[in-house]
Design a protein around this ligand. Sequence first.
Ligand code: KIV
Ligand code: ZN
Length: 390
Amino acid sequence: MAKEKLYIFDTTLRDGEQTPGVNLTVEEKVQIAKQLERLGVDVIEAGFAVSSPADFEAIRRIAREVKNSTVCSLARAVELDIRTAWDALKEGHRVRIHTFIATSDIHLKYKLRMSRDEALKRAVEAVKLIQDVSEGKAEVEFSAEDAGRTDLKYLFEVIEAVIEAGAKVVNIPDTVGYAVPDEWYERILAIKENVPNIDRAIISVHCHNDLGLATANSLVAVKAGARQVECTINGIGERAGNAAMEEIVMAIKVRSDQFPVYTEIDTTQIYKTSQLVSRLTGVMISRTKPIVGDNAFAHESGIHQHGVLACRETYEIMKPEDIGLKESKIVLGKHSGRHAFKKKLEEMGVELSEEQFEEAFKKFKELASRKKEIYDVDIELLIENLEGAK
Ligand code: KIV
Ligand code: ZN
């Protein structure tokens, strides 16, 4: 069966910027947006226009300067938010307003102090207002905030009503990262099967990572019928963050046998984008972070190094080149063996007799048992003390 396109909606500049301690300048946001455009994301959520003059300006600049991705602003289901979002976006090439209202009973009761009927009415009014204010020029996305904890029958009603009102993308957020994969799959499938006009809109998901399940939940949602995923670079975002774009995209690429979709992401831009976002936000990337962490393509144990040197696929399920890295890293440490050590000497242009090699290897193992990582300079020193080595 022909694969369908999965739209990648990047919210690094909105939900990602909600990471505690992160505050990007307008220039930095524009720089990241241009890199996201090179990466090939379909939608860039550039900010929340009404939240600050700086967000407004960043959205305005990005909408004007980015041509190949849709540029989006968040807006509560409130007239001022929607009008401000449109003011920021109106000079853009392809633009979207993403409006939202909470639908779970806990949010309705304690946050909005609103009944279910009132929230539904506000959702419909917001969707219509976007079309009126923008004269149909802005795409309309609607999110049912805390959809993961919303009564399912009421959620169906809200989704049907906003589609009737003109929403083209209906986003189902797991706002608090509470969902687990089986249940989330069932919820998305239930929406697909029970909302009468669901085929007139794209189902989107927006998963948070409080239980470390954001990527898994996004992927099962795709299996259930979602055709847009909302995510951030390096998984940054509120609390434990959002689903990480690089993980979703690479899972779909590496395990294309498992998914009915493809993305238009240029994966060779992933590493560069990840580094840029980390540098400008100041959020460090864990060494063991999948795809973009320092160790993601590093091999330390002798058995793994021997395998990878003979045939990369023995221990690598994707190529470093796929994400824009030059090569895998062979890290010399206490678990490394003769093959990796010999390869390192070759790279350094060191020639040793068999006897010298054995002596050097012994010294290397002694050093590695004391020192975590062995650098070229350590090996140079070690060789200098060998008789007759060049
Ligand atoms: O997590 C969430 O529910 C959100 C919405 C605004 C989509 O970020
Ligand atoms: Zn969110």
